[in-house]
Design a protein around this ligand. Structure first.
Ligand SMILES: Cc1cc2nc3c(=O)[nH]c(=O)nc-3n(C[C@H](O)[C@H](O)[C@H](O)COP(=O)(O)OP(=O)(O)OC[C@H]3O[C@@H](n4cnc5c(N)ncnc54)[C@H](O)[C@@H]3O)c2cc1C
Length: 350
């Protein structure tokens, strides 16, 4: 059986490793044509330390990719402890795919016909699976910036939802050597850049900001449930069937509230490898493991559909609390409920 993996991002490269452990040797395809200065897909590079156990399975050491710990992070003025770090994602992706047979071309439909199974790990492109049953994407703009303090204060990691006039947030992730990722993600937002510019202006007395590069990107925050089908079959030109199986962001394994997809792509790849070759079991385990993403998506749909007068419901606040707990962020229940109260202010009428 010939297996191709389309996409050598986190999900594709990791699943190639795991299948390799089982003696299965898929071929990986990725042209890596990204319109970014770093040459990789736009990403904040924030990830919890828990990715270390996944990396260890691929023979990699988390500490080799650690740029800056974000053990203390400001959430709209509230400082909380987190297990998050910024990681050198380009370095990690290079190491994950080193030793694997990667074709530096996109996998086109014609070439794909020579494979019996295609693993669609093409992220937001979802190049092989049929469209999601109900997609939802978060448009983003991110800048890499050099930040120099004009005094003794150090700019810490932060996430600011209250700066976005809608659903979304601004993130500030330190990358070490005075460099930071500043990003804005917002649904139905059309002035991402000006929100970042406003932050620079407001803080110009304390810091100087020198942008190094800027990129646009989109994150699928649909949830796996709303990204079904998670696998499909199609007929090749010669009339024989071909199986297509999605993994990672292609099937929506991204936290809908936060756009966090690195750890969940790794987890999804592991589910695929553990269930291989039973795709029905794989799909069932993805839906079960990431059921909470369906709930978060339901909150987003609710908040996007209501007017300014109504606010989040008790269940939406509870989901925010659970989201913080899942990410290891020490936020008290009361604080989580209060923060979510702020969401009613963020919601714009469509
Ligand atoms: C601005 C931004 C900031 C983010 N910040 C964070 C963050 O801080 N932390 C976090 O956890 N997540 C973050 N995310 C989300 C995270 O980057 C993704 O969810 C995660 O990288 C998904 O991994 P993946 O392997 O599924 O897909 P991708 O990383 O998108 O990889 C897909 C690969 O498929 C390739 N490809 C596409 N089409 C084809 C084709 N036809 N043939 C072959 N290859 C193809 C692409 O070149 C790409 O390399 C962010 C996303 C954005 C846009």
């Amino acid at each position: 059986m010939r297996i191709a993996i389309a996409g050598a991002g986190i999900a594709g490269a990791y699943v190639a490793h795991l299948l390799g452990e089982k003696g299965i040797e898929p071929e990986l395809f990725d042209s890596m044509e990204h319109d970014t200065t770093c040459g990789y897909r736009s990403c904040g590079w924030g990830a919890p330390r828990a990715i270390g156990s996944y990396l260890a399975r691929a023979g990699l050491n988390f500490e080799d990719y650690l740029l800056e710990p974000m053990s203390s992070m400001t959430f709209d003025g509230l400082v909380a402890r987190t297990p998050l770090c910024s990681i050198d994602k380009p370095h990690l992706l290079r190491d994950l795919s080193s030793g694997l047979p990667v074709h530096r071309d996109p996998l086109g439909t014609k070439k794909a016909d020579s494979f019996d199974v295609i693993i669609d790990a093409t992220g937001i492109n979802r190049a092989f699976l049929p469209p999601c049953r109900s997609d939802l994407v978060l448009p983003t703009v991110q800048q890499r910036v050099k930040v120099e303090s004009r005094g003794s204060t150090h700019l810490g990691a932060g996430v600011y939802g209250n700066r976005i006039p809608g659903l979304g947030y601004l993130w500030i992730f330190p990358l070490g050597h005075e460099q930071y990722h500043f990003g804005v993600g917002g649904i139905r937002l059309d002035r991402h850049e000006s929100i970042i510019e406003q932050f620079y202006e407001e803080n110009a007395r304390r810091y100087s900001f020198t942008p190094i590069c800027s990129c646009r990107g989109v994150v699928r925050v649909a949830s796996p449930y709303h990204s079904m089908p998670l696998h499909a079959s199609r007929l090749r030109e010669d009339g024989t069937p071909q199986q297509i199986i999605g993994v990672g962001e292609a099937i929506g394994t991204v936290a809908p509230f936060t756009g966090e997809g690195i750890i969940y792509s790794l987890e999804c790849a592991q589910l695929l490898s553990d269930s291989w070759p039973d795709v029905e079991q794989y799909a069932a385990s993805v839906l079960a493991r990431f059921h909470w993403m369906r709930k978060e998506r339901e909150t987003l749909d609710y908040l996007l559909s209501i007017g300014k007068e109504s606010g989040p419901r008790l269940r939406d606040r509870w989901r925010l609390y659970q989201n913080a707990r899942r990410s290891g962020i020490t936020l008290s229940l009361i604080e989580a409920f209060r923060r979510m109260g702020g969401l009613s202010r963020w919601v714009e009428n469509p």
